[in-house]
Design a protein around this ligand. Structure first.
Ligand SMILES: C[S@@+](CC[C@H](N)C(=O)[O-])C[C@H]1O[C@@H](n2cnc3c(N)ncnc32)[C@H](O)[C@@H]1O
Length: 249
């Protein structure tokens, strides 16, 4: 994943987010650092589906700046390990939440086989070309019968002009990928739409501060183009956000 637009979207914006949260206050950190379009309702569904419990070792693959894992630690007492290839995003997660971060690719997870109690992978698969390689690695490090929680952007048909670096699976491709990578899909729902105003307000305040500071920066322009293209695909009904719970076989 080297597209300049994706570096802008996932690395530069993550660094700017950590900086903005520092100025606006810690209560902004989790909403602003959920970049996979996770929401409290989506995270709660995943946490309950995966039966998170205190002390569980939760691996968050493609953790970004760490909002979802920090939410799970705060609400459920899990011990997150973040894996994120973009260095500035990993630094943002350490700075915002003090969580341990492995700077690595999901295709080569530097953890022992069967060493993780539960894994999340939220908003990541559509940014990865070789999805099967990532899913096989997650399967390797997960204990047998352990839970995988996914948030996936699913396409209703092959998308010919996606945002740079995105490869959206169709529903049947996604299920096929999970099954051939050793997972049993237990349940799937469309991401609940409702997000409390208290959450969106904090996320929007961070976005507004970043815009005020960086809107003339080339990386900001690139990241905004990605967002605009993605929003258009959602508006036209070609994409949907799906939550899945799977078990490693
Ligand atoms: C849309 S963001 C989601 C971040 C986070 N999971 C969240 O929900 O806030 C996608 C993330 O996947 C990461 N990513 C992309 N390719 C990856 C790969 N091959 N292995 C692991 N992470 C990857 C990106 O760097 C980015 O942080």
């Amino acid at each position: 994943m080297t597209a300049a637009a994706m570096v802008a979207e996932f690395d530069d914006v993550a660094a700017w987010t950590a900086e903005a949260v520092e100025d606006l206050g810690d209560e902004h950190a989790i909403p602003a650092a959920c970049r996979g379009s996770a929401s409290p309702a989506a995270l709660a569904w995943l946490a309950e589906a995966c039966e998170l419990s205190a002390g569980d070792r939760l691996l968050d693959v493609g953790a970004g700046s760490g909002g979802p894992a920090a939410w799970a630690a705060k609400r459920f007492g899990v011990r997150p390990i973040l894996l994120e290839p973009m260095p500035a995003a990993g630094r943002a997660a350490s700075k915002l939440f003090g969580l341990p971060v492995l700077t690595a690719d999901g295709q080569r997870i530097p953890l022992r086989t069967d060493s993780v109690d539960v894994a999340w992978c939220l908003g990541v698969l559509c940014t990865v070309e070789d999805k099967a390689a990532v899913l096989r690695e997650i399967h390797r490090v997960l204990a047998p019968r352990a839970s995988l929680g996914l948030l996936v952007v699913v396409a209703d048909c092959p998308i010919t002009d996606p945002p740079d670096g995105n490869h959206f699976p169709t529903q049947s491709e996604l299920i096929d990928l999970l099954e051939t990578s050793g997972f049993d899909v237990v349940e799937q729902i469309e991401r609940p739409a409702a997000v409390p105003l208290s959450w969106t307000r904090r996320a929007q305040e961070v976005t507004a501060l970043i815009s005020a500071r960086y809107r003339t920066h080339p990386a900001y322009t690139l990241a905004s183009r990605q967002d605009t293209r993605l929003a258009a695909l959602f508006d036209h009904g070609h994409l949907s956000l799906q939550l899945l719970h799977a078990l490693s076989l």
